[in-house]
Design a protein around this ligand. Structure first.
Ligand SMILES: NC(=O)c1ccc[n+]([C@@H]2O[C@H](COP(=O)([O-])OP(=O)(O)OC[C@H]3O[C@@H](n4cnc5c(N)ncnc54)[C@H](O)[C@@H]3O)[C@@H](O)[C@H]2O)c1
Length: 371
């Protein structure tokens, strides 16, 4: 199969669909890889690195889109890209279609078969191609909190680790899933005092075991969230209710009870945010202050560390991408978890939840795939 990698064109996106190391794997499986010149610039992988990995360099994105049997990307295709997709081609990338009717229409009209990273599942009910980015965002959230807590950045002037003779800072993590666990790991590593709040008791038990008493856990009542927010130097918002907007767990009137200069990091901002006063920000201008509380609400946190993020994403996508390359659409029949990633095929929406969110008819893909 000819695998195509174009340079990401969404504003601020520096990751790349395939790293040179992933290219080596596709080539070892007998596939050809066509990479647009400069596609790896954001991760400091130049054309020579891709050629050394066995790829051929294309001069334009148009060449990649025209020739590839499968396009492997990071971000959802932009209008200029979806116009170049065509029937008989596989697109493997993040799509987040449910909230993007224009893109859905573009993909339907193109006739492409689109497999979305975010709906691929694993046997434990997890989302294996979302998890690596949650891991990155969770770890980064503590770096963001530590930076925002510094006085010149508007924060209270607290060093999370403290020093001998001075107590460490307090971090409250609301939501103890992938993001929350990684945030807690980093905060513990810095020497902070850490509390994880979750509404799932089994999750709190697992976290208690994992951290061997190094963190406190609390069940997520309103009172617990209020208590922890009022004594924290930094609060990390890391909740997720799958398929729903994030619940607002810290209201504006609660900010007055928090320590002046404390920091709220709303990782759940990509689901609408879990603090009432949050609004999405960018890496160029990541924070703002409301009632003396510093807010960090970057919706695309992994974009700040494209090297780590691209590698982490490629590690997770590689086995699924190779299966698609090796077996074509038959790979969807062999692996029900990969099949859950199928969102669009032959001009139809073939994922029930995505179809419902878009208000479009859902079509069972079986017959379409067999056709
Ligand atoms: N901003 C970014 O760049 C970025 C990157 C990755 C993930 N995210 C977001 O981070 C959030 C967390 O993702 P995740 O992968 O850790 O999800 P996850 O499903 O692994 O964990 C979510 C946790 O939240 C808990 N929870 C749900 N409602 C709660 C409530 N009311 N109170 C307390 N706990 C509650 C759940 O029990 C679960 O343990 C999501 O909104 C995700 O979209 C953002």
């Amino acid at each position: 199969m000819l695998i195509g990698v174009a340079k990401e064109i969404k504003v601020g996106e520096a990751r790349v669909g395939l790293t040179p190391a992933a290219v080596v794997e596709y080539v070892a499986h007998g596939h050809e890889v066509l990479v647009e010149t400069g596609a790896g610039a954001g991760i400091r992988a130049d054309d020579a690195a891709y050629e050394a990995a066995g790829a051929t360099i294309a001069r334009t994105a148009a060449e990649v889109f025209a020739r590839a049997d499968m396009i492997v990307k990071v971000k959802e295709p932009q209008p200029a890209e979806w116009k170049q997709l065509h029937a008989g081609q596989i697109l493997f990338t993040y799509l987040h279609l449910a909230a993007d009717p224009d893109q859905a229409r573009g993909l339907i009209e193109s006739g492409v078969t689109a497999v979305a990273y975010e709906t691929v599942t694993d046997p434990r009910g997890g989302l294996p191609l979302l998890a690596p980015m949650s891991e990155v965002a969770g770890r980064l959230s503590i770096q963001a909190a530590a930076t925002a807590l510094q006085k010149p950045n508007g924060g209270r002037g607290v060093l999370l680790g403290g020093v001998p003779g001075v107590p460490p800072g307090k971090v409250a993590v609301i939501g103890g899933g992938v993001v929350g666990t990684q945030a807690a790991q980093m905060a513990v590593g810095l020497g902070a005092e850490v509390t994880i709040i979750d509404r799932s008791l089994p999750r709190l038990r697992a976290l208690d075991d994992l951290f061997h008493g190094r963190i406190r856990t609390r069940y997520a009542t309103r009172e617990a969230i209020r208590d922890e927010a009022f004594t924290a130097d930094a609060v990390i918002g890391a909740v997720l209710i799958p398929g729903a907007s994030a619940p607002k767990l810290i209201s504006r009137d609660m900010l007055a009870g928090m320590k002046p200069g404390a920091v709220l990091v709303d990782v759940a901002i990509d689901q609408g945010g879990c603090f009432e006063t949050s609004h999405p920000t960018t890496h160029e201008d990541p924070t703002f202050v409301v009632d003396g509380i510093v807010h960090y609400c970057v919706a695309n946190m992994p974009g700040a560390v494209p090297l780590t993020s691209s590698e982490a994403l490629n590690n997770a996508t590689l086995p699924f991408g190779l299966a698609l390359a090796d077996h074509g659409l038959a790979a969807l029949g062999r692996d029900p978890h990969l099949r859950n990633g199928l969102n669009v095929h032959a001009g139809r929406i073939v994922h029930p939840v995505v179809a419902e969110s878009l208000g479009l008819p859902f079509e069972e893909p079986d017959q379409l795939l067999a056709a």
